[in-house]
Design a protein around this ligand. Structure first.
Ligand code: PLP
Length: 383
């Protein structure tokens, strides 16, 4: 069989591979999981059931049902200080995945360079390669893993088409402050480079820190493409719904890709998402409180392990401790923990070279699981 050069240039997602493997093993404590362990709120499920019964079973507008796009526009204004026209600037997509895929396909030409601050969610590289682009990794600034705007500026060439940023950040848990985001947004506008701002963890932030959306900066707005999702916020990963916000011209291009790829998102799922936006905020607060408690627990336990350095994340449900003094190869360490301690973690190398020596630990697991799993990790690394 001769597959396309585009597809053969990319590796299957390392996290998916790990999930499949762990899924086939017995009695593993999972700290590798990238999705909420909570169930979707009942009111959201009920809304979908009702919608199906009432006949929401056919294609919708490719861009999404107007009521949902209007509710999204209100949410964007209220929570993100982003003004967006529901008619021409918001597209409902198959999760954040569909949003990012469509935006990159719509904008990146063969040979274009896309700057990706790393450690980064590994799928970005795959999306860029599928479009024929060239992913260019740029290390985030340790120890806080902050966006290094000077390093990004230095790496811009005439081939640079896009910069991808992710705040709150998977895997490192950093939340970029307003001043840094303002700098990167202004830089992209000045250089006429698109800034893809992945904000799928926007609501999972702690300690009074607020999330900031670069699309709220008026003079950069034309170049910013903002990605949002219902997956992490409302424990709706399996429903596959998100949205992308961009200028009218960019949205037109994104909708071409989206409609060829997906036609539209299932109508019952769109109606469920509308209910999520209108009625599920208490549930979101409850989940975020739980993630914060578990983050504190995991942080305290990891910090007690001699040789492990850990930064307390400001957002997401991940910690990214540095084990390099104990074992420089994150793949070897993760493998050893899986085989000998029956604890699943994601090796930092999966997020790029800048992640080597680290493990991604997810706290989308019960406190008991977290306590027992980190106890086992400690036993293994100390012996
Ligand atoms: C940083 C980041 N962006 C986007 C996504 C896509 O999520 P979804 O397609 O479920 O919205 C994920 C999922 O893990 C992620 O971690």
């Amino acid at each position: 069989m001769k597959v396309s050069d585009r597809v053969s240039s990319i590796e299957p997602s390392p996290i998916r591979k790990l999930m499949d493997r762990v899924g086939s093993m017995r009695e593993v404590l999972g700290l590798h999981v990238g999705e909420p362990d909570f169930d979707t709120p009942k009111i959201i499920k009920e809304a979908a059931k009702r919608a199906l019964d009432e006949g929401a079973t056919h294609y919708t507008f490719a861009a999404g049902i107007p009521e949902l796009r209007e509710a999204i526009a209100e949410k964007l204004l209220r929570e993100n200080s982003v003004t967006a026209d529901p008619e021409g600037e918001i597209t409902v997509t198959i999760g954040g995945y569909g949003a990012i895929f469509s935006a990159i396909q719509a904008l990146v030409n063969i040979g274009d360079e896309v700057l990706i601050p790393e450690p980064a969610w590994p799928a970005y590289r795959g999306f860029v390669r599928l479009a024929g682009g060239i992913p260019i990794p740029i290390p985030l600034k340790p120890p806080e893993y902050m966006l290094d705007v000077d390093a990004i500026e230095d790496r811009i060439t005439e081939k640079t088409k896009m910069i991808i940023i992710n705040t709150p950040n998977n895997p490192v848990g950093s939340v970029y402050p307003k001043d840094v985001l303002t700098c990167i947004a202004r830089l992209s506008a000045e250089k006429q480079i698109y800034l893809l701002s992945d904000e799928v963890y926007e609501k999972i932030v702690f300690d009074g820190i607020s999330h900031f959306s670069p699309a709220s900066i008026q003079d950069a707005r034309e170049y910013v493409i903002s990605i949002y999702s219902f997956s992490k916020t409302y424990a709706m990963t399996g429903w596959r719904i998100g949205y992308v916000v961009a200028s009218k011209d960019v949205t037109r291009a994104i909708r071409v890709v989206h409609s060829y790829m997906a036609s539209c998102v299932s109508p019952a799922v769109q109606i469920a998402a509308l209910t999520a936006l209108r009625e599920a905020e208490d549930y979101v607060r409850m989940m975020v409180d739980k993630y914060r408690e578990r983050r504190d627990l995991a942080y305290d336990l990891l910090s007690e392990i001699p040789g492990v350095e850990c930064i307390k994340p400001k957002g997401t449900f991940y910690l990214f401790p540095d084990f390099s003094h104990i074992e420089p190869s994150s793949i070897k360490l993760s493998e050893k923990l899986l085989e000998k301690a029956r604890v699943a973690t994601v090796p930092g190398l999966a997020f790029g070279e800048a992640g080597e020596g680290h493990l991604r630990i997810s706290v989308a697991a019960s406190s008991e699981t977290i306590r027992e799993a980190i106890h086992r990790i400690k036993r293994i690394v100390l012996c």
